[in-house]
Design a protein around this ligand. Structure first.
Ligand SMILES: O=C(O)CCC(=O)C(=O)O
Ligand SMILES: [Fe+2]
Length: 546
């Protein structure tokens, strides 16, 4: 599938007044990354060698046509992810004479501990020879740049060797708005919502906030691979601006979650332009070693709201969907599937990753634990709920209903495992025979589309009961059905009818009927919420930048 509506990176240039050029950065695909597409959430029956059974989705003979379509869709989505834009870059010529498509020399003034009578020190880049002493002073007066590791600020030149000035310690005339950079980022990284009904200016706009000046000096200035700690809940990306000062090396390498890499190598370019790159916050990136000179860099946060457990009244999904998530949402909508962006509550009390547990299931011909119906869809996003009373181990938790309301069954996951991106949803004490323990339930954001039942589904008279169905005892099954019937409809009344009809068939029919629900895990962009999240496809990622 071509990523529909995915802006061509060269388009924004034509439309932008002043941004000179959008680079087509070197793109390379890292073959050694684990292939996400083979990591299907496979609740059914992974075969003994760990290879997915045919077909990918939990369907039997009756639903094989549908399964094929879903499998193709999943493949395309995974390709789409690889091809979708996650980082863009450009350059703007610096000229003293004002004019379109040019940037004035960048002036930096900063607070100094050694003031002179001449006022705050300043430099102008490209460097005016008369200010070269000032430039040395700037390099000298930068603070050592730290990074956040396990919640602490750490200085370790092995990982990051750079100087920094915080945003309160300097000022500059650099303005990404007036240079058209912010518009370009908005066009390339946040595709336009074409449908008038979905336009919500507040949510789609990009706000650029200057936050830091860094100098990576050669030899050996660098910042090893990391994912930035979001500086605001609404941050969706970072803009880095390399100011015109000669240096060699210091390329910026940005990797998306699928392991594709984009390199911005500005070291050998003439110093008559500023160079910039913008990328999504969840991209891992690194600054390779600077061999000589000074790489002077200004960091800008790009924000809008996306964190899915932000204050409920502030939550802006689906308006704040970005990139490929947004494109998929639009495609589902164009197909009339009425997609929703909803929270998915994962009940960690039923997490059993243990191989022994799986063997136990095999012995009894039960489905693997990860196939148990432990996930529910909520209706709206909300903040973390803390239950102060607690529950008896395994018991029902009233608050759970606030979060998850529709049990998830017969779902075709189209984008790997959604639980990689999760936030705390519910916290409570669970009491049992032991002293009690603090339990946490997490939620993820998901895009959900309900497929109408197929002709094949309704023709099916399959009365065989699969092992998965066999697991549900009648009481529990009733309980789920009741919940499904009484639950508020997360998808509007039409979809509820369709879903209800399809689910009703489940107790009698084999679970391998065609799935009527498909879900695409949403790539939640508030990236550093739990340690699990940061393990992006095996890419080394030991710390977060501050
Ligand atoms: O200098 C750059 O290009 C990126 C720096 C960076 O990744 C950071 O400060 O977090
Ligand atoms: Fe960074």
């Amino acid at each position: 599938m071509q990523p529909l509506g995915n802006p061509n990176v060269s388009d924004p240039v034509d439309q932008s007044n002043e941004s000179d050029q959008v680079n087509q950065p070197n793109e390379s695909s890292q073959v050694d990354q684990p292939n996400e597409s083979s990591q299907v959430d496979q609740p059914d029956k992974p075969d003994k060698a760990g290879q997915p059974d045919e077909p990918d989705f939990p369907v039997g003979d009756t639903g094989r046509g549908l399964s094929k379509i879903l499998r193709k869709l999943k493949e395309d989505i995974n390709c789409g992810w690889d091809e979708a834009t996650y980082a863009i870059g450009g350059s703007v010529k610096v000229k003293a004479e004002p004019g379109p498509k040019v940037c004035p020399p960048i002036v930096i003034r900063w607070d100094t501990s050694n003031p002179t009578r001449l006022g705050p020190p300043k430099v102008s880049l490209p460097l005016d020879a008369s200010l070269s002493e000032s430039f040395q002073k700037l390099v000298h007066e930068c603070q050592p740049a730290t990074f956040a590791k396990e919640g602490e600020e750490v200085y370790n030149e092995e990982y990051r060797k750079a100087g920094k000035l915080d945003e309160t310690a300097f000022s500059t005339n650099f303005c990404p708005y007036s240079l058209g950079i912010v518009d370009t980022i908005a066009q390339a990284l946040l595709p336009t919502m074409l449908d008038a009904g979905l336009v919500k200016e507040k949510a789609r706009g990009v706000r650029a906030e200057l936050y830091k000046l860094n100098i990576y000096s050669g030899p050996s200035g660098k910042f090893k691979a990391h994912v930035d700690t979001p500086r605001a809940q609404s941050q969706f990306g970072s803009l880095v601006v390399c100011l015109p000062y000669g240096h060699e090396g210091g390329a910026l390498v940005v990797r998306n979650k699928k392991g594709s890499a984009t390199t911005f190598d500005w070291g050998s370019l003439p110093t008559d332009s500023i160079q910039w790159a913008a990328f999504y916050s969840d991209c891992e990136h690194e600054v390779l070693e600077v061999n000589s000179g000074h790489r002077v860099w200004i960091g800008v946060n790009c924000t809008h709201s996306y964190a899915h457990t932000a204050n409920p009244k502030d939550h802006l999904l689906p308006f704040s969907l970005k990139g490929f998530d947004f494109i998929l949402y639009e495609v589902f909508r164009a197909l009339g599937l009425k997609p929703k962006a909803v929270p998915l509550l994962h009940d960690s009390r039923y997490d059993y990753d243990d191989d022994d547990e799986d063997e136990y299931c095999d012995d009894f011909d039960w489905p693997r634990y990860d196939a148990w119906p432990q996930d529910t869809l909520g209706e709206r996003f909300q903040s973390t709920v803390v239950d102060r009373e607690g529950v008896y181990e395994g018991g029902d938790l009233d608050e759970r209903d606030m979060w998850g309301q529709t049990w998830m069954r017969r779902v075709a996951w189209l984008d790997g495992n959604p639980k990689r991106y999760k936030e705390k949803a519910l916290m409570f004490m669970a009491y049992g025979n032991d002293v009690g323990s603090l339990e946490i339930m997490y939620s993820s954001a998901a895009i959900v589309a309900w497929l109408p039942p197929t002709q094949l589904d309704s023709d099916s008279e399959n009365t065989e009961v699969s092992s998965e169905e066999a697991y549900y005892d009648e009481d529990e099954e009733d309980q789920y059905d009741e919940e499904e019937e009484s639950d508020e409809n997360v998808n509007g009344s039409d979809e509820e009818d369709v879903k209800g009809e399809a689910l009703e068939k489940a107790p009698n029919g084999a679970s391998d009927e065609g799935p009527e629900t498909e879900v695409k895990a949403n790539e939640q962009t508030t990236p550093v919420l739990d340690s699990g999240h940061n393990k992006i496809q095996g890419v080394k990622n030991e710390f977060d930048a501050k």
